[in-house]
Write a protein of this length. Structure first.
Length: 364
């Protein structure tokens, strides 16, 4: 099956054609060129030919356990989740509306990052909040980067020639999360009700003492919309350095002796190590760790720094393997824990989910 895959990000949208499970064409458009204008998507179709179906990535799908065929009701429901993932959800909704209007004869499948975590154990999914708030199971930990995790599980099994029973998936891009996986199932993850929780990120704060946020609100210097904007757009690496949060620029500034950049990278690595250590405690042993996402793929030196600060978990880096390219083992032969560097494969996973859904008897 030939699937057009639309993967909206916070500032851009990746568009791919996946033919029978293999990516044949890929392009990236700025988000500003996509929202409200179907020309980018039409350009892709004109360039690559008409697909059999369309798959769209949605960061937030609530507690839905798997992909769903898009109709008006589902799209309205997904739109209401926009405030819980403001960097991504609105663009996903907008582009889905555009392709449904411009290509009315094609099935459109929504695939959700949250679905991989929909079976989280109750202890990992619940917040310690009043029962009156949590009784409807809506104020809970949903988890994100699930499509990346699903791909990492399958690709790691291929690299190791057998599926790791217990592993961590560290998705390190503009957004950062760590997920503990047992027998291919998510059992704990660092992101929660929104993609703000957990490690520090490019522009997002990660976890912050809620008492600090209450204090800031109480001062009257910022209101709720202003606080939301600060936590999503003006915190993390960007906030600590006064830059856009692009890690390439920050690492270059650190190498040039910039103290603010050096301190920001130290905080970034420290918070990520804390999340790795915390999530690892949901497993009784560790067989493998996967590093995926744009930073993991393009900043091997930073991954080496990260791992060197995790001796308690018995992680080791093979510098010759780390210097390689492509999906690969980066731990030394015979290491107690296998370390893998894997390029993010969300587009393949989106197409896989859409193909499986459309091939199911209920959709034939």
């Amino acid at each position: 099956m030939r699937i057009l895959v639309l993967n909206p990000g916070s500032s851009s949208m990746k568009v791919s054609i996946v033919d029978n499970g293999a990516v044949s064409h890929t392009a990236v458009w700025p988000a500003a060129d996509v929202g409200g204008d179907e020309s980018a998507v039409r350009e892709g179709i004109e360039r690559w030919g008409r697909p059999d179906a369309i798959a769209v990535r949605f960061v937030h799908g609530g507690s839905r356990p798997g992909p769903a065929l898009v109709d008006d009701e589902l799209l309205r429901w997904l739109d209401r989740l926009g405030p819980l993932a403001p960097l991504h959800q609105s663009l996903s909704v907008e582009v889905t509306r555009l392709v449904r209007a411009s290509l009315p004869g094609l099935p459109v499948v929504a695939c959700f990052d949250t679905s991989f975590h929909s079976g989280l154990p109750d202890a990992a999914a619940r917040y310690a909040l009043p029962r009156a708030w949590t009784a409807q199971n809506r104020l809970r930990r949903y988890g994100f980067h699930g499509l990346s995790c699903q791909y990492a599980v399958r690709r790691c099994a291929e690299l190791l020639a057998s599926p790791p029973v217990r592993m961590l998936c560290c998705h390190i891009g503009a957004g950062v999360s760590v997920t503990a996986i047992r027998h291919g199932v998510s059992v704990d993850t660092s992101m929660g009700f929104t993609p703000l929780e957990g490690a520090a990120m490019a522009t997002r704060s990660g976890s912050v003492d809620p008492g600090l946020l209450l204090h800031v609100l109480a001062t009257g210097d910022v209101d709720v919309p202003g606080l939301r904007d600060a936590l999503y757009h003006r915190s993390g690496l960007a906030g600590m350095t006064g830059t856009t949060g692009d890690l390439r620029d920050i690492l270059a500034a650190r190498a040039a002796g910039d103290q603010a950049a050096g301190a920001a990278v130290a905080v970034y690595l420290h918070r990520l190590r804390r999340e790795i250590g915390a999530v690892a405690m949901s497993l009784d042993r560790l067989d493998a760790v996967v590093f995926t996402g744009g930073v993991a793929e393009h900043q091997p030196g930073l991954i080496a720094e990260l791992v060197h600060g995790l001796p308690l978990l018995g992680l080791e880096i093979d510098t010759s393997r780390l210097a390689g390219t492509g999906d690969r083992l980066i731990s030394p032969p015979g290491a107690a824990v296998s370390l893998c560097a894997i390029a993010a494969g969300e587009d393949v996973e989106l197409a896989r989910e859409a193909t499986a859904l459309l091939a199911a008897p209920t959709h034939l």
